[in-house]
Ligand binder design. Structure first.
Ligand SMILES: *[C@@H]1O[C@H](CO)[C@@H](O)[C@H](O)[C@H]1NC(C)=O
Ligand SMILES: *[C@@H]1O[C@H](CO)[C@@H](O)[C@H](O)[C@H]1NC(C)=O
Ligand SMILES: *[C@@H]1O[C@H](CO)[C@@H](O)[C@H](O)[C@H]1NC(C)=O
Ligand SMILES: CC(=O)N[C@H]1CO[C@H](CO)[C@@H](O)[C@@H]1O
Length: 575
């Protein structure tokens, strides 16, 4: 086995993976004092459930089931090796416990991945055992008391105290805290790499030796010699000596698309294949390493700036692809500026990664879509933590002033309202979560209450059985949307015009149903919170229709020379 200190990066550690990734959507990443580390508890319960269910599906021993799981994982990022390491450490206890037919909740409490702090409720995903909880736990503790082959320090609720994991854990915690990409030792490069916030996040810089070359630029010298704006159009037509960029793009009013968004904008996604034992095979995890290096966001598929063909069954195109189709001179001119956990209140911390040169670049369409975290948080009493209309107003004005100082004249900014998340509970609460499908024992209502109990829910206000609270949350969301609307009517800026769009979930759901879809399919199945890819693509479609109808100047003209561009430059160098 490799030197454990080199087991790197440990986002790959399966347990940490799921546990920390479930932290991502929450509005802040500071460790919470209550219930020790709730994310570790969720991660443990997920992994032990998968092990248990794999044994059930394949009628195998727990030992074989753990080996099976590790076998499915790819070698990349040391995922497989790390899995074996974890099995080596905790496997014997898990085998003993599952052997006595206790469930994942009991296993994780016994091994102290879940630690109930004094005065805290007892958090569980599965229905409680028939015997009193303390009694079950005491019995389980007896079972693992006998010395196991590998010692680990005390409990495991802080598995980061394991010597060979300490360093890695620190990195992950930092990486999550600041949403800074986790650097893999051998991919320490930028733009030409798709992940690590490379070109999956922003149109690829096409010329490493020229610092001025980037998507969105007004072409230097009509790109006669080389492609300074990376749109794949350059050189001189040998027939008449006119540069192609001049011929095809002059007067076509090129423009880029920039998304200021949260995890929904980035398309946060934990694939259900990763936790559904009945369908699990090695192919289930092929996309895991890439997802991990992208912080579990899939910007290349997102509704606003995605450029890949969608994987869901809907024919959909992102706003970027539509803008490119309208005018091929816009090729590659897209930017994410999305973060997990982003809200009006913290946008200022990363808005600087927006890159637009007021003098050199073409105008841009900026979509401001902070659609959840101003009302969503994981607190026991979430209401006092929600952004107030006054706070929203002042922060949004600040952001708009920033944009005014950085966007080229003639840009457009569109503020998006918040959706009404009451939709989540209404459509999910009595359905089975992917973990509960095999034995019909975990509904979303249970899953939500487990997350709330551990205070790791991405949105207590909407993911709760408490109707009063859900209504309060919806009311605040509406107030905030109205505030955004008010800003667009009362404020003026010199470098862009400003619009407001409702999130219009109703239109999206109507459209989806018209196409024969089920409403629950519009929500990410694993977290029961984020909009699914289908929802984001419908959202993009709706956006496009609406803007085209109301403010066609935002999208610019259709370029009549698109076909010729395609003829000469093919796919314009791809993405
Ligand atoms: C499961 O495995 C056991 C022991 O290997 C065997 O006795 C039993 O018949 C199997 N059950 C099914 C449903 O295959
Ligand atoms: C990159 O930019 C330089 C000018 O700065 C130019 O000479 C060179 O041809 C460009 N390379 C490509 C591949 O476009
Ligand atoms: C439901 O939520 C409201 C608002 O936060 C709260 O005042 C009330 O106590 C909650 N009810 C229950 C049963 O928890
Ligand atoms: C906020 C955000 O995600 N910005 C990233 C967009 O992608 C570029 C890489 O091309 C990153 O540098 C930014 O940090």
């Amino acid at each position: 086995m490799k030197d454990p200190r080199k087991v790197f990066p440990a986002v790959s550690l399966l347990l940490l993976l799921i546990s920390y990734s479930s932290a991502s959507p929450a509005s802040d990443h500071r460790p919470r004092a209550s219930y020790s580390n709730g994310h570790v508890c969720v991660g443990c319960v997920l992994v032990v459930s998968v092990i248990e269910q794999l044994a059930q599906v394949h009628n195998s021993t727990v030992q074989a089931s753990m080996e099976r799981l590790c076998g499915y994982l790819p070698e990349k990022l040391s995922l497989k090796a790390t899995c074996h390491l974890v099995v080596h450490m905790f496997g014997p206890d898990i085998i003993k416990l599952l052997g006595t037919a206790v469930n994942a909740d009991v296993v994780c409490h016994t091994l102290e991945f879940c630690k109930q702090a004094a005065g805290q409720p007892q958090c569980h995903l599965y229905p409680l055992p028939k015997e009193p909880w303390e009694f079950t736990l005491e019995k389980a503790r007896e079972i693992v008391k006998k010395p196991s082959p590998v010692k680990y320090p005390g409990g495991a609720s802080d598995i980061c105290s394991l010597p060979f994991l300490t360093k890695i854990c620190e990195k992950i915690k930092l990486s999550i805290k600041y949403s800074v990409p986790f650097k893999d030792a051998d991919s320490d490069k930028y733009s030409i790499f798709p992940t690590l916030r490379g070109y999956h996040w922003r149109g690829r810089d096409c010329n490493d030796s020229d610092k001025m070359a980037h998507p969105g630029r007004r072409p230097a010298n009509w790109d006669a010699q080389y492609d300074s704006n990376c749109n794949g159009i350059w050189g001189v037509d040998p027939k008449d000596g006119i540069p192609y960029e001049k011929k095809f793009c002059e007067g076509s009013q090129p423009r880029g698309i920039i998304l200021l968004g949260d995890s929904a904008g980035a398309h946060f996604h934990i694939a259900p294949e990763w936790i559904t034992a009945s369908q699990m095979s090695w192919t289930s995890f092929l996309n895991l390493p890439m997802a991990l290096t992208n912080e579990l966001d899939w910007p290349q598929l997102s509704g606003a700036t995605g450029f890949l063909e969608s994987t869901s069954r809907i024919e959909g195109k992102s706003i970027y692809l539509r803008l490119r189709k309208r005018n091929r001179c816009n090729h590659r001119d897209y930017q994410n500026v999305s973060r997990n956990g982003a809200s009006s209140q913290n946008l200022e911390k990363f808005i600087e990664s927006l890159s637009r040169n007021q003098v050199l670049d073409h105008p841009a369409i900026v979509i401001y879509a902070m659609i959840g975290n101003d009302v969503c948080n994981g607190k026991v009493d979430p209401v006092p933590q929600m952004t107030t209309p006054e706070k929203l107003y002042s922060k949004v004005i600040k952001s708009l002033n920033y944009l005014n100082a950085h966007l080229p004249k003639g840009s457009h900014v569109i503020l998006y309202g918040l959706p009404d998340g009451a939709f989540l509970w209404d459509n999910l609460h009595d359905r089975y979560h992917p973990l509960g499908q095999l034995n019909k024992d975990v509904t979303y209502a249970q899953f939500f209450s487990f997350l709330s109990c551990l205070q790791v829910t991405p949105c207590h206000g909407w993911m709760t059985s408490n109707k009063t609270l859900r209504t309060l949350t919806s009311e605040r969301a509406e107030e905030l949307s109205n505030t955004l609307k008010k800003i667009t009517t009362s404020e003026k800026f010199t470098n862009f015009d400003l619009f407001y769009l409702d999130f219009a979930f109703q239109e999206i759901t109507d459209e989806w149903q018209k196409r024969g879809g089920q409403l629950w399919q519009l929500i990410e199945p694993v977290d029961g919170f984020h909009p699914s890819e289908a929802a984001l693509l419908l959202w993009a479609e709706y956006f496009w229709k609406k803007v085209q109808l109301q403010w066609p100047q935002v999208l610019g003209k259709e370029n009549p020379l698109n076909a010729q561009i395609e003829q000469v430059f093919g796919d314009q160098g791809g993405h």
